[in-house]
Design a protein around this ligand. Structure first.
Ligand code: CTP
Ligand code: CA
Length: 222
């Protein structure tokens, strides 16, 4: 399709986007987080809205303005993000850009105090929101995941696509300054193979991806 990049290409479609880091509390004043700025996810939410989609953006703690036309729901933890994603269904597509914390700590009710020995954190694994969505009863027709890798980028991303049940994985090498940076070099991993895009500003990655999503949602399935 050549109309996919045009205004209105996603009219009537509901698209769910997750973005940003999560904060996993340790005690009332401390948390575990990661370097995600939310920029790539926010740019994607904005680009989808610009094509006419109704966008629900489930966002971890970031310092970004909500893009025009986007409905934003703020969450803090991975568990809250999982619950919010479930409540936002059904959706025609989901784009899971969030850097979800893989582990949560047991949260102390009172602030931990310094003592003779530093505290150890007992971590448990968080729900995999993407995998739950892709294998769940209300699976969106198109499920797109991201893969943040520092090595063997395509190999790991290809394995993630299968393991998580995603249709596409957007793989990015986060070994440089990608997290928090302005540009992104990504590989689009689909059932048809791998497409490597040149290093682009995050806004341009977002527009290209939104246009591809419009193609996929407006072309009859094979
Ligand atoms: N993801 C998710 N829920 C989680 C962890 C990850 O929805 N608890 C999603 C991310 O939003 C992303 C994709 O899964 O779309 C891949 O995230 P990533 O951290 O790269 O993969 P993991 O499976 O967590 O593997 P690892 O961190 O060990 O590389
Ligand atoms: Ca992870």
């Amino acid at each position: 399709s050549t109309s996919s990049g045009r205004t209105g290409a996603l009219n009537g479609k509901h698209i769910l986007v997750t973005a940003g880091p999560t904060h996993e509390p340790i005690d009332p004043v401390r948390y575990i987080a990661n370097r995600s700025s939310g920029r790539q996810g926010y740019a994607i939410a904005g680009a989808l809205a610009a094509l006419g989609a109704k966008v629900t953006l489930v966002s971890g703690p970031v310092t970004l303005a909500t893009p025009p036309g986007v409905t934003r729901v703020d969450v803090e933890t991975a568990q809250q993000m999982a619950d919010t994603v479930t409540s936002a269904l059904p959706a025609d597509a989901a784009v899971m850009v969030a850097a979800v914390g893989d582990w949560r700590a047991e949260t102390a009710v009172q602030k931990l105090k310094k003592g003779d020995t530093p505290p150890s954190l007992a971590l448990s694994e968080n729900p995999d929101i993407l995998a739950l969505l892709a294998h769940g009863p209300h699976r969106p027709g198109l499920v797109v995941g991201f893969a943040a890798e520092t090595e063997k980028v395509i190999e790991h991303a290809t394995a993630k696509r299968t393991r998580k049940g995603a249709d596409w994985i957007v793989a990015n090498d986060v070994s440089g300054d990608v997290m928090g940076g302005e540009a992104n070099a990504v590989h689009l991993v689909t059932a048809d193979g791998v497409e490597s895009w040149e290093r682009l500003p995050k806004g341009e990655v977002a527009r290209r991806l939104a246009s591809r999503i419009a193609d996929a949602l407006t072309t009859a399935p094979k």
